[in-house]
Write a protein that binds this ligand. Structure first.
Ligand code: M6R
Length: 606
């Protein structure tokens, strides 16, 4: 949530800042701003997209040091004043902030009593005035920032520039900051996406770190003043292109990247000979896997749905009790933690605050958590220490697509691995591994022949609501379809396990109501047919996602076949038409597909 980019060097800062903001826009996009230092500091802020800021800039904004921010509003409405950077009263200090200052109210009262007039409603602005007060007592920039943060409570990733100092001061606590290292120039950003085209060498700040970034070097220190040697790591080795290429939207690009993303996730992890899977990063031996009392998965949104699929696959293949939890609820319910159970935190961004809080709760109670994460080096990945990366490549559309498939694939690998350590036979393991290996090819085949998605869009785009149904492993897929359509096309959607439909949601059905049913050829299919008939009897129109060649197609008003696979792996196929329905419905309704209203890609507030 919210994006930060900073530059200091020998080139003009503004092209780096604007390009960085464009690449970070997926993190928040209700307003943006830049502060560039050229003798004095010039600040420009604008509500709307980064393109609106760019259009509003004077023709020349010169300076070789600057900071910029793209905002997702938390405190205070979407206004030019509330956009970052925020400045000291004399305009000699400018600051950008990600995170939340929890005691902003009392700091604001203090500042106002001291006669300082704040210009915005944000929590962030208090920081720049506090820093200014420290500077006026003679403190150096780093000391002023450190003293200010000692009085603040909450989370921050901040960058501060000073008119009379050639440096950017940064600090991290709960909101990531990465420093990109160049030659005679350096960058700071809230994630690695804007840095990838600029440098491969980065320093990832830890919580409690501060850094002085200047043209010729980086000095890092801790909150208590101790200096530290920060580890320089390389960005090499991650696949995927952060550019849009020939696609009109990131969502469509990412849907079409699923075959390659799945190959990246599965490569080197399938043991065809022994019918097994290898997730070495989990650090679990077969002996340990045999003794595990239960598995718990934690996630939000799409990651939760992938966890719900994973829960069923793990329980089916390994016969070990498995639960998927909503991360945002988890720690508030004082959960009982068994220290020998396995916990997984599932997250694309690795920054989701609710999931991070759940991880900390488990760790506090003596449990271990392993990450199932996409973004390498992200906060949750590092907090867990161990786990497996899902290798989806960069996902920039707010609507998560390829991460869902890869989370399901990674959890399926784990299900086979723990299954084989327990009661799953080698023969069955071999069949599963072979089937899983074929999934990327099947996804490719479906994407080349998508079925009548446009017909579905005509049916759902003006509907009052759309009901999504599925049973067993298809129930979370139905939820995922509903989430996608709701978040990018703003159509009210309801998702239910098909059998529950008759216990309430059936009341919504009337002549022509669209009902999307996910019914692969598994042991629950016959039961789902009964639910379809109950819907049809009330005049509903059935959009049926089913396997190719299955006679269930006759039950449909609109039939969308997907290639057949093992019942455990159908979610990676049945989810595809649902992603395309959401994408095309959003387009038909003129919605901003990649940047849906009110949302942001990574949700770093609880
Ligand atoms: O980065 P995470 O996977 O932890 O994100 C979790 C959810 O915020 C995310 O899946 C969200 O629901 C998406 N917008 C769904 O498309």
């Amino acid at each position: 949530m919210c994006g930060i980019i900073g530059y200091i060097g020998h080139q003009q800062a503004i092209p780096f800042l604007l390009d960085g903001l464009r690449r970070l826009e997926y993190r928040g996009y209700d307003s943006s701003g830049v502060a560039v230092k050229n003798g004095d500091i010039s600040v420009h802020k604008k509500t709307g997209k980064v393109a609106d800021l760019e259009a509003s800039l004077p023709t020349k904004v010169e300076g070789t040091c600057g900071i910029a921010h793209t905002r997702w509003a938390t405190h205070g409405g979407v206004t030019d004043e509330n956009a970052h950077p925020h400045c000291s009263a004399d305009g000699k200090i400018a600051l950008v902030h990600n995170g939340i200052i929890e005691n902003a109210r009392s700091l604001r009262n203090y500042l106002e009593k001291e006669g300082i007039k704040l210009r915005s409603e944000t929590d962030s602005e208090v920081l720049v005035h506090m820093i200014d007060r420290e500077i006026s007592t003679g403190a150096k920039p780093l000391t002023a920032v450190r003293r200010t943060l000692k009085r603040a409570r909450g989370t921050w990733g901040i960058c501060v520039v000073f008119e009379s100092h050639e440096k950017i001061i940064c600090a991290r606590n709960g909101s990531p900051l990465v420093i990109g290292l160049g030659s005679g120039e350096n960058w700071v950003a809230s994630d690695t996406l804007p840095l990838q085209a600029l440098t491969q060498q980065v320093i990832r700040l830890e919580d409690g770190d501060l850094a002085e970034v200047s043209v010729d070097g980086i000095k890092t220190s801790r909150f208590d003043g101790r200096t530290t040697d920060s580890e320089v790591t390389s960005l090499d080795g991650e696949w995927g292109e952060a550019e849009l290429g020939d696609y009109p939207h990131f969502m469509l690009k990412e849907i079409h990247e699923q075959p390659e993303a799945l190959r990246q996730c599965l490569t080197g992890r399938l043991d065809l000979k022994n019918g097994n899977a290898r997730l070495g990063g989990l650090g679990l031996t077969a002996k340990q896997l045999q003794k595990i009392p239960h598995v718990r998965l934690l996630g939000c949104g799409t990651a939760l749905h992938a966890s719900q699929v994973g829960r069923l696959v793990i329980e089916q293949l390994a016969r070990v009790p498995t639960v998927a939890h909503v991360s945002s609820e988890f720690r508030h319910n004082n959960p009982v933690i068994e220290t020998d159970a396995i916990h997984f935190a599932v997250s694309q961004s690795g920054e989701t605050a609710d999931t991070l809080a759940a991880v900390k709760e488990i760790q506090l109670k003596g449990g271990e958590v392993r990450g199932v994460i996409n973004v390498v080096g992200s906060t949750i990945a590092r907090q867990c220490g161990r786990g497996c990366y899902i290798h989806s490549g960069p996902e920039q559309s707010v609507a998560s697509t390829k991460a869902f498939s890869n989370m399901v694939a990674a959890l399926s690998l784990f299900a086979i691995q723990i299954g084989r350590a327990r009661s799953l036979s080698r023969e069955k393991g071999k069949h599963l591994v072979k089937s899983l290996q074929k999934v990327p090819q099947l996804v490719e085949e479906y994407l080349a022949n998508q079925g009548p998605i446009d017909e579905v869009v005509d049916l759902v785009k003006d509907a009052k609501s759309v009901l999504f149904l599925g049973r067993g492993i298809s129930a979370p897929v139905a939820r995922e379809g509903a989430l996608k359509l709701m978040e990018i096309a703003y159509i009210p959607c309801l998702a239910y396990p098909a059998g529950e439909m008759k216990h309430g949601p059936i009341a919504l059905l009337e002549e022509g109501s669209p009902v999307v049913v996910v019914a692969p050829n598994d042991s629950l299919k016959e039961k789902t047919v009964s639910s379809i008939q109950e819907c049809r009897a009330r005049g509903a129109k059935i959009i049926l996602i089913h396997e190719e060649g299955d006679s269930i197609a006759e039950e449909a008003d609109i039939s969308i076949p997907v290639p057949a696979t093992d019942p455990m792996f159908t979610p990676m196929l049945t989810v595809l038409p649902l992603q395309l329905i959401a994408y095309k419905a959003a387009l038909a309704l003129g919605c901003d597909v990649d940047r849906p209203r009110n949302l942001a890609k990574s949700v770093t507030v609880e």
